[in-house]
Design a protein. Structure first.
Length: 171
């Protein structure tokens, strides 16, 4: 699946996106600052502001299988404050468990780069990734992100903590 179809999500895709996100939150709780128990009840419509094309400040890209199944998604959120509008965040990336290791994440990041560069004024993209998730860190490094810091104990699950690697890509 090294060449999934990548496109902007539309309102029609939101139920599939929410289902994928819920699976990610449930299966990989250390990878997200949001938690499954709170987010599972979030309405599908709450994601509507980030869909559509061309991108304005925010967007969601989806990777689709030939049968139309949503295999992965990546979210861009632009800073809204005047002094930080030159920054966008890769605010979340999810790849379905059955699609991992097949190039879906790499394809999403490549198209993310193309689309974020089309937003006027964006100079860099930041993200946070669970530092112990070596595969995800390598994926982001391969896409040109570099680590600039570490936030210790950023995520707490019961009595376990996970550090977040802070990464940036200059455009």
């Amino acid at each position: 699946m090294s060449n999934p179809a990548i496109r902007f999500l539309t309102a029609h895709d939101l139920p599939a996106y929410k289902a994928l996100r819920d699976i990610g939150l449930k299966n990989d709780p250390d990878a997200f600052s949001s938690d499954f128990e709170s987010e599972v009840h979030r309405p599908v419509e709450s994601y509507a502001a980030r869909v559509g094309q061309p991108p304005g400040n925010d967007f969601i890209l989806g990777a689709f299988a030939p049968d139309g199944a949503l295999l992965g998604a990546v979210v861009c959120v632009r800073e809204t404050r005047l002094k930080t509008r030159h920054e966008a965040s890769l605010a979340g990336m999810i790849v379905a468990p059955q699609a991992r290791g097949q190039g879906v994440g790499k394809a999403l990041l490549a198209e993310f780069d193309v689309q974020v560069r089309r937003i006027p004024g964006i100079q860099h993209v930041v993200l946070g990734v669970t530092a112990s998730n070596a595969g995800a860190v390598r994926l982001y490094e391969g896409a040109g992100f570099v680590r600039y810091g570490l936030l210790p104990r950023a995520i707490k699950l019961a009595d376990r903590y996970f550090d977040t690697a802070l990464m940036v890509k200059t455009l």
